[in-house]
Design a protein. Structure first.
Length: 306
């Protein structure tokens, strides 16, 4: 069960922000260790009141907490307290790990049945390529490695414009990528006779194996040991070396910082008998989705993609 912070402060659940702030001041004064000498539980009660005030005193965090009470979950609507700022959202600056919210996803985004790649990465279907890439990088920064396979799979499907176009077409959506057509070379003999199944070699891009599509090699910050902050006594200060991210991000030279490397891919599809120059063939692939191939005929003695 979720702890009832309204009971901790002694206010009703429909209390106003002014009532919550007033109750917080009174409870903090009552629970302060200096006001309770010799009481070993005073420190714990003081921190509990402080935490209750930080959650209920912030409108957005209070809304998420109220949702968790209605759903009777142990996490804030599928979220957990940010370990970097301990749920306060400040370090004292807005926490970079949770964007000042005080919470983050309880589990890495998962691809359930019927869930699209856009939903896995938490972006809109009309998001730009830059927004998709940044969403993927943020997941890696927060969750760390190893990167969940479902997240990598989603990014590999929609992170590249050509793959994204095929994925959108497979969903019956208006494509947001660069669909275009892929030219493939086929001998005139094969085009004339046709083939029930033919292998086509096409250019493609895949996630860089060194950085896993991030474009950067992410190592724990040596200055703050991956925490993103320095703590002195009861206060915390953002780490200047990593700007609060907790990671030391170095450019990946294997992919020239893009996160992608050029590869070739083999697609299999039929060639109708009597095909001519510029004939179109539509094939479906697990990664490229729905792809349109345009035949470029070559003499029989020339090397083709047979």
């Amino acid at each position: 069960m979720t702890r009832d912070y309204y009971a901790v402060l002694g206010v009703l659940r429909d209390a106003s922000q002014e009532q919550i702030k007033a109750a917080r001041r009174i409870r903090l004064r009552e629970a302060h260790p200096d006001a309770n000498p010799g009481d070993p539980t005073a420190v714990e009660r003081f921190h509990l009141v402080y935490k209750a005030g930080e959650i209920l005193g912030h409108p957005e965090r209070r809304r998420m907490y109220d949702d968790s009470l209605r759903e009777d979950t142990t996490a804030f609507g599928g979220r957990v307290q940010c370990r970097t700022c301990h749920g306060t959202g400040r370090l004292p600056d807005p926490c970079f790990r949770c964007d000042g919210k005080g919470w983050r996803s309880a589990t890495p985004p998962s691809r359930e049945r019927g869930q699209t790649c856009y939903e896995v990465l938490g972006v809109a279907q009309d998001a730009s390529a830059a927004q998709i890439t940044e969403a993927y990088r943020n997941i890696v920064r927060v969750e760390g490695k190893p990167i969940p396979e479902r997240v990598k799979s989603a990014f590999s499907r929609i992170g590249d414009p050509r793959r994204r176009a095929g994925y959108d077409r497979g969903l019956g959506m208006t494509t947001n990528g660069r669909a275009g057509e892929i030219d493939v070379h086929v001998s005139r003999r094969v085009a004339r006779q046709g083939a029930a199944s033919h292998d086509f070699t096409v250019p493609d891009r895949d996630l860089c194996p060194h950085c896993e599509g991030v474009g950067r090699i992410m190592l724990p910050c040596h200055n703050c040991e991956g925490r993103g902050y320095w703590r002195w006594g009861g206060s915390a200060t953002k780490c200047d070396a990593c700007s609060g991210r907790g990671t030391d991000e170095r450019a990946c030279f294997n992919c020239s910082f893009s996160g992608w490397v050029d590869v070739t891919r083999t697609l299999t599809g039929p060639i109708p008998a009597g095909s001519t120059e510029n004939s179109r063939i539509t094939v479906r692939d697990d990664l490229l989705g729905v792809v349109t191939l345009r035949l470029a005929l070559v003499p029989d003695f020339a090397r083709s993609s047979e």
